[in-house]
Design a protein around this ligand. Structure first.
Ligand code: 0O2
Length: 213
């Protein structure tokens, strides 16, 4: 039985902080080189103890098995401007497989959109954390999605919380329509992708010139 949750979660905190720095560094590198970055922004969190306990009940995970069976105690979210950027980010992560992280498996909710309308690409990794008491290899979930997918998921998540999982049918339908609109927005942006990339690279050069003056 887990006695001290705060202690159990220490390596998860560290993993989230390290992974956030690593992915933000990639974004900063692109920007410093005046290149379009496939990463727009990065967030991360360690699941709250109450959410861990709720999820373990919902998925019937014994408390002793949580660290091996609950894959998203440490969660990293990478937001991209456009759908094509998601593949680039997935490849960037795959290039690191066996180096500073190990890919366990992937879930493609973009090709296989969830019933709710949810879209996102998930990669479950094993990540080594060097703690004061030795190495701990923890599981973490990286979610990669567009800004439009993220907007939808954030709203849907809060509504789900409000209705405690029992979302009224008319709201479910509205959300399904909104998910279609978000996909439509992503498609339209992809159609003018080259212009967007070019414009942003020009803008980057201009702002770095201003910064130098
Ligand atoms: P939180 O608050 O984000 O931590 P599950 O769907 O939870 O039964 P599992 O096996 O954990 O199943 O995997 P899955 O489906 O990959 O979901 C993991 C996480 O993906 C979720 O974590 C959400 O962050 C996100 N997600 C999955 N499905 C949906 C969805 O329909 N809507 C939204 N908004 N997010 C979703 P948690 O633990 O649910 O929540």
């Amino acid at each position: 039985m887990i006695q001290n949750w705060n202690q159990v979660l220490i390596p998860y905190d560290q993993a989230v902080e390290e992974l956030k720095i690593k992915f933000k560094s990639i974004r900063n590198e692109y920007r410093k080189m005046d290149e379009y970055s496939p990463i727009e922004f990065v967030t991360g969190r360690v699941k709250k103890i109450s959410s861990i306990l709720d999820k373990s009940k919902r998925l019937n995970i014994p408390l002793d098995d949580i660290t091996e069976k609950m894959e998203d105690i440490a969660g990293i979210r990478i937001m991209c401007q456009m759908v094509e950027d998601i593949d680039k980010v997935v490849n960037l992560i795959k290039e690191r497989d066996g180096k500073d992280l190990k890919i366990e498996y992937e879930k493609d909710y973009i090709k296989n959109q969830k019933e709710s309308g949810y879209k996102s690409y998930h990669i479950i990794i094993r990540y080594p954390v060097h703690t004061a008491f030795g190495q701990r290899d923890i599981l973490a979930e990286i979610q990669i999605r567009t800004l439009a997918m993220n907007f939808w998921a954030t709203i849907e998540h809060s509504l789900n919380y409000k209705f405690e999982g029992n979302m009224p049918e008319h709201i479910k339908i509205k959300l399904k329509n909104a998910a279609d609109s978000a996909s439509n927005l992503d498609e339209q942006m992809s159609e003018i992708r080259e212009e967007i990339v070019e414009a942003q690279e020009m803008f980057q050069v201009k702002s770095s010139l201003v910064a130098e003056i």
